[in-house]
Design a binder for this molecule. Sequence first.
Ligand code: AMP
Length: 502
Amino acid sequence: MNNSNMYLEIARIVEAGPERIALETGTDGKLRYGELDAEVARYANALCESGLQRGDRVAVQVGKSVQSLLVYLACLRAGLVYLPLNTAYRSAELDYFLRDAEPGLILVEPEQRAAMEALSNASIGAAVMTAGEEGAVSLAQRAAACSNRFSTAISEPGDLAVIIYTSGTTGRSKGAMVTHDNLVSNARALTQEWQFTREDVLLHALPIFHVHGLFVANHCALTTGARLLWHDRFDASDVVRDLARSTVLMGVPTYYVRLLGQRELSRETCGNMRLFISGSAPLLAETHQAFEQRTGHRILERYGMSEAGMITSNPYRGERRAGTVGFPLPGVEVRVVDAADKPVPTGDKGAIQIRGRNVFSGYWRMPEKTREEFTADGWFRTGDIGTFDADGYLSIVGRAKDLIITGGYNVYPKEIEQVIDELPGVLESAVIGVPHADFGEAVTAVVVAAAGAQIDTAATIEALKKKLAAYKVPKSIYVVEALPRNAMGKVQKNVLRERLGQ
Ligand code: AMP
């Protein structure tokens, strides 16, 4: 029988070169592919010995470490469903995730154990173990006593590998069910598209509770025999220092802004690099240009989401167009449609829908919600609004829920943000709709000034009136020090709406 377990993509690499280095850290040295495989086997054995069965969920709320990568790979290998939880989540959120996902095991940092045990005992009664060294409750300690051999579990194409809770800015957070087959197909498409080889060194500074760091970075490196240069967190100066011995960096736009703030970033420090990739949030055209000027590299921007892994990418060879997310990846279909799910003409804006082996199998225990988000012929409604240009490049205009309807007119925030960002003295902006008695919603801009600049809000509104139709011009402008962003660099418009909506 065919086994579509994602771990087999890595096992092949292990077999071909166990002596090659899989991972390197600043402190603990190196882990070879053979050693990685042995460690993963120990963890897989420890997880199974604790009584978990195939399909059981393993909730993991720990900081980024090599050990947390091993636990992820062990779950894949044992057919257990990995459930990463952002370390920022607090007890009310965790209580919801535990009751919803009913994990068989919860893994936390030692200092969180008592609190997590109390939560678990009050709800699902699952065992809690720690990631650190701490007696019988330490998974690491149990793993150390286990065999370094493990026979990878058989996975059918539809078997779940991971559940990722979407950030849920409105309503309940949803658990996206990602299958082994989703992961395998996306890893193959990306390694081919971005031309990964065993000579690559991928500087991994992303968090691994999210699709970008967990799937894209780990899989691209480990399924091609490349090396991960592991950073437990993003620190701009540490990253610049390590670029000299790396070939690929994956980052969110904020990383690139911070790298530009480092004086050492130059053509020389990037001399060994072949590829900089950005995603998870829109990269400002200004950042794209500044980065090219300084380093000679054009950042490759791509588009993806928890529910589908990666969807589109700018070309590896060919023009990387700033402000666009490029073309559909091989095996992924993308269309832009109107309210009746009919494709709109090229150049028009509409809802982005996708189809392909990369698309998740639905929301955990939410069959109704899942049905609503798929069309009858299997297209997934991404919730993003976009447009294809005449050359086939896709641009993201915003989230459907961010669309502003003012006096009956649709206003796409991205269009207004781009015009504001071009004004002198503006670093960046976010445009939202704020409840308004007359218009339903009033277009409202939140603006960050460029270093050393002052923003005159009345003059800004006057300047915008010359460039935009009257209904698109913000009714008010607020100047702030910085836009609120989450760990993946996404602007939290819900936070702005809450602040300004009163
Ligand atoms: P998440 O599931 O947390 O990864 O969020 C996915 C969402 O991030 C997508 O639906 C998009 O709205 C947004 N996103 C991802 N990549 C990009 C990009 N390159 N440009 C603009 N938005 C992006």
